[in-house]
Structure formats: C-alpha cells, structure tokens
Design a protein around this ligand. Structure first.
Ligand SMILES: Cc1cc2nc3c(=O)[nH]c(=O)nc-3n(C[C@H](O)[C@H](O)[C@H](O)COP(=O)(O)O)c2cc1C
Ligand code: SF4
Length: 471
C-alpha cells in the first residue's frame, strides 16, 4: 500500500508539491512561506530567542539502569545544541521516580542526578556556539506504559477496555488519589533539581499516553482527579503551585497531546485501522475514535494562560497505540502498521491544530510538531506555519540524522538532502526490540554499531509478519 503513497523525495519542485497537496485536499493546511520567517527572533518569558526552531524531546533508551546519563546521551544532547535551534524543548523524557520509567534505560531525576543534568545542559550550551538556546527539561511518569525493569508495571488512571490487556493491568494498577497527591511532590522535587541544574523551564508532560495525558481522559474517574476538566487538571495545578513555591524562577511548559485517537492495528492489507468506532477515552477526540474535537484543548489552553504558562508544545495521540497521528512516517516501526492514508494528512492535521490553538490563544508560544515527514519541504512549510501565527516549529526525528538543519536554514546554507530523515522509523524500531535508539540508516556513528545487525533482523521479522509488506 505504501507504494501508492507518493514519497516526499519524489516531489521535485514547488509545482509538484503544490499539485500533490492540492490533490490530497490539504493545500491550505500546508502553505509555503518565506524562510526568512524562521530567522525572526521571538520573545518567550522575556527572553529573546534568535529563531523559530525548537528541538523536540528525543530519548535514546540509552541511560544506565539506575537512570544516569551515558556517552550516548551526552552525544545526543551535544547535537541538540549544535542544531542552532533557539529552544531545546525538554531534551528527553526524564522520569520523576524510578518506577515511572518507560524502560530500564530511561533517565531518572533526583538529587543524585544533579551533576549529570548540569553537565547535559552545559554540553548543549557549549555546542550551541551563537546565541544560547533556552533549555527545558521534560518531566514524566510513564503510567500505563511504565517498564522500569523491563516487564510492564503499569500505574493507571482508569481501567481501559482496549489497552489494559496489552500491559497486564490489574485493579491494583489504578493509582489512588492519595498516591497521586504523593506524585505531585515528586514532580515538584524534580523541578527543584532541574532549577538547580540551570534549566530555564520544565515541561510537565501531558502527552503520548503517559500518566498525565491519561489523567486528562479520566472523564469517568471518580474522586478529586477525575470527572470535570478542572478535576482532571488538578494534578497540573498542584505541580504548578509547588513549583511557584519551591522554585519560583523556573518557567513551566506543557507538552500536550491536544487530540487522541482510538488504538489502531494493522488491517487485512496491513494499513492501520481503528479498533473501535465508539471511543469515549480520547482527550480532544469526538467519540468516534478517529475524529477530533478541540473544545477541551482550548479550555486547557485558557487554563494555562490563567496560570501564567506561556509554552505549549502541541503533539497528538500515543506512539504505543496510534503512532501515525504523532510521528507521520512512510515506513512504520516494527510494532506499527502501514499508514492509513498519505502521512501528509497527519502533518496537516497536527499543523491545523497548532494553528487553531495559536490563533485563539495569542498569549501562548505554541510549538508545532510532526514536521520531519516534510523532508525537503520542512523549511518552506514551517515558514508558512510560523507566518500563520505558530511561534515555533519543533524538530524531532530529523535532529537524529541532520542536527544542523535549523542552523543551515536560518543562515541560508543549502539543505543537505542526503542527511534528511526519510522516516525509516529505525529510531523507534530499535527500542521496540530492546536496542538503543539512534538514526541507524543515516548517522555514521549508529551505522557502525554492532546493534545494527540485530535491528536488521528485527525489521526482517516484522516484514515477514506483515506478509512481506515493507517496514
Ligand atoms: C526515537 C524517538 C524518541 C522520542 N522521545 C521522545 C521523548 O522523550 N519525549 C517526547 O515527548 N517525545 C518523544 N518523541 C516524539 C518526538 O518528540 C516528536 O513528537 C515526533 O518524533 C514527531 O516530530 P518529528 O516529525 O519532528 O519527528 C520521540 C520520538 C522518537 C522517534
Ligand atoms: S532512523 Fe533516522 S531516518 Fe529513520 S526515522 Fe529515525 S531519524 Fe529518521
């Protein structure tokens, strides 16, 4: 089926691209802008940022088993700094306590990690050369997807008929209100460490199916943390209050899955299909499992403004159950499915949602995501998006293959096409098979790693399971 989707690298010029997006009916969602827009400064919390690029959080499944950094982590952060992006959104997901890790090699934050985190920030700044970027740290609890020692150890907000079996949920997995109260303290203590390590802000992560994102969908959860939107935002409010009390200099951001979809699985032809058409579990969903309704996302944005939060990074869904919505790809990861439709539709939807939120909430600095799929067209379409009121463009997978793209774009250097991320998804397939993440196809460093052989075998096995369809 992917053979019928036009690969981006085959769209040779502006005419080709324009004709293609017109044929898909998404031309107005992906307008071409003037690249000079991306070199315009922007003010965030009183700091002038030199350009409109933000490096998105990208973890590597490559810390130590006690949550500390390694040479691989340090190399990645150095490349984040070398990107020339004016904002480093979060670096990577860092768990606020050991049992909240999504894998045994995820970083974990506590007083003992202060030196590591100080060093990671310094490495990023040193590599940045020109204007120092604003740097945040992403704080998380993996909730349903927690695997602190390898096996699933889910901690959840509510019982979920479509996801519980995937991770071995029992009644004991449901966090009580008192346990959530305690977890607020973990987020606040982690924020104090982030402040002491010199970070400008923390991202209180509300996306991708992890705990705080699931809290937003606790429509039917009883008690103080469920039901009304104000109850579902209680956790965030308490973390904000704690940070204002204990680390008042620290800014706060939120990475939000602004909409969610029903879990998707491979259908008969290998393409993703939703497993339900009546789906009342999606924050920002319309109940159908595939449609969106942003009314609560807008209410949440109002809430952020009232709380003095300026930074909102707009993403969607979860890599575990609807990866196509969040990281559009031509080649799916080994645990994924072929794209349900041309992935440009997913980029268009992510951009439309970012634009919509930006236009209604001009006080927020919105960072859009999902741009790596645009490849050659990333600079021009990102410029169009910024022209439409979105503050910054996030750069995720591409930073693994071609970190300096933002610097090249803002300084007018030709984009190095051979380094563009082609959405092979190896950086997702590797950790799905317990290997460290990285750009194995395009980054020489990973190309030469012995893990590449195991990755190739895993990809072949996934392809066979799909009946010969490529991943
Ligand atoms: C290997 C890999 C690691 C990621 N790690 C994180 C993470 O730590 N935190 C997070 O919020 N998102 C993470 N993401 C999602 C990205 O930040 C981003 O939202 C996604 O890749 C889409 O943006 P892009 O099209 O520029 O890649 C990760 C994605 C990949 C592929
Ligand atoms: S492995 Fe490299 S080319 Fe493939 S999606 Fe990841 S960054 Fe892009």
């Amino acid at each position: 089926m992917t053979d019928r989707i036009v690969q981006i690298k085959r769209l040779r010029d502006r005419n080709d691209f324009a004709t293609h997006v017109q044929s898909l009916g998404i031309a107005t969602s992906l307008p071409i802008g003037d690249r000079a827009m991306l070199a315009r400064p922007i003010e965030v919390h009183g700091h002038s940022l030199a350009n409109r690029f933000a490096v998105l959080p990208m973890e590597g499944w490559d810390g130590t088993t006690d949550g500390r950094s390694t040479d691989l982590v340090r190399r990645r952060w150095e490349r984040f700094g070398a990107s020339g992006a004016a904002l480093i959104w979060g670096g990577e997901a860092v768990a606020v306590r050991p049992d909240g890790r999504a894998n045994p090699r995820q970083l974990c934050i506590g007083p003992e990690s202060l030196a590591d985190l100080t060093e990671l920030r310094a490495i990023t700044l040193d590599a940045s050369h020109g204007e120092p970027p604003m740097i945040g740290l992403q704080l998380t609890h993996s909730g349903r997807w927690a695997r602190p020692t390898g096996a699933f150890e889910p901690r959840i907000v509510f019982r979920h008929p479509f996801l519980d079996d995937r991770v071995g949920v029992t009644d004991d997995s449901v966090l009580t209100d008192t346990e959530l109260d305690d977890l607020v303290g973990d987020f606040v203590r982690a924020s104090v460490v982030a402040r002491d390590a010199g970070f400008d802000f923390v991202d209180v992560k509300h996306c991708h199916g992890y705990l705080l994102h699931e809290l937003l969908a606790g429509f039917a959860r009883p008690g103080r943390y469920g039901g009304s939107l104000s109850n579902r935002l209680r956790f965030f409010d308490e973390v904000v209050a704690g940070i204002r009390r204990d680390a008042p200099e620290l800014h706060i951001g939120m990475r939000l899955s602004a909409f969610d979809l029903a879990p998707h699985v491979a259908g008969d032809d290998g393409r993703g299909v939703p497993i339900a058409d009546d789906y009342p579990f999606a924050f920002g969903g319309d109940g159908s499992g595939v449609g969106i309704d942003l009314s609560e996302s807008h209410e949440l944005a109002d809430h952020l403004v009232a709380a003095g939060v300026e930074l909102l990074c707009v993403t969607a869904g979860s890599p575990y159950y609807c990866p196509h919505a969040q990281r559009p790809a031509y080649f799916p990861p080994s645990d994924g499915y072929l794209p349900p439709r041309d992935p440009l539709h997913e980029v268009a939807r992510l951009f439309d949602v970012a634009r919509d939120l930006a236009s209604v909430h001009p006080q927020l600095r919105i960072v859009a995501t999902g741009a790596s799929y645009l490849q050659e067209w990333l600079p021009d379409i990102s410029a169009g998006l910024v022209d439409g009121g979105v503050a910054m463009i996030g750069y995720g997978r591409g930073v693994l293959s071609y970190p300096e793209l933002p610097r090249d774009v803002v300084t007018g250097v030709d984009v190095a096409r051979e380094r563009l991320c082609r959405t092979f998804s190896d950086c997702t397939t590797a950790p799905r098979n317990s290997l460290v993440s990285g750009c194995y196809p395009l980054d020489d460093f990973y190309k030469q790693m012995p893990e590449r052989r195991a990755l190739t075998a895993a990809k072949r096995a996934a392809e066979q399971a799909r009946g010969g369809r490529r991943s």
